[in-house]
Design a protein around this ligand. Structure first.
Ligand code: AMP
Length: 139
């Protein structure tokens, strides 16, 4: 079953498409968190960021890079929050990688990205060292 975003690409579901190239598409979110809330996706279905092949990841980033200032300017935003919900536990509902560009405005009452993960853990230096070493060893 094609994801709802693939159905948009195929023209089976209407959407306000604002950009399209060979490998990526961007369209307005149907439930905008702010005016101009835009989703940027690869045309091919990949569920999570780490499933996206390198060349498509480059294309995706290039589209995000181009669209962020365009979206901000189009709605006179002061800034934007640019984020992926990467996996169900992080709030991803549509299993087709998508980047949210959420225009932000002075005094809009929203929070920073620091607010997304619940209670911040109190990690000791030793634990931070272990985590850093674990990540570094896997790259
Ligand atoms: P996420 O929780 O990161 O998976 O976000 C999915 C996003 O897709 C939500 O912000 C929805 O409002 C949006 N969405 C769902 N269906 C559509 C649709 N048909 N057209 C545009 N945006 C949609």
């Amino acid at each position: 079953m094609a994801t709802i975003f693939s159905q948009i690409i195929d023209g089976d579901i209407p959407a306000r498409i604002v950009y399209e190239d060979e490998t990526t598409v961007a369209f307005l979110d149907a439930n905008p968190l702010s005016p101009g809330h835009t989703l940027v996706i690869p045309k091919e279905e990949y569920e999570r960021l780490n499933d996206v092949p390198d060349d498509i990841a480059s294309d995706l980033y290039a589209t995000i890079h181009e669209l962020v200032p365009v979206v901000e300017d189009s709605v006179d935003a002061d800034a934007s929050t640019v984020a992926f919900n990467n996996g169900e536990a992080a709030g991803q509902e549509v299993p087709h990688v998508h980047c949210h560009i959420v225009p932000r405005f002075e005094g809009d009452g929203g929070g920073p990205i620091h607010a997304v993960a619940g209670d911040a853990p109190d990690l000791a230096d030793r634990e931070l060292d272990d985590i850093a070493a674990e990540i570094e060893s896997r790259v």
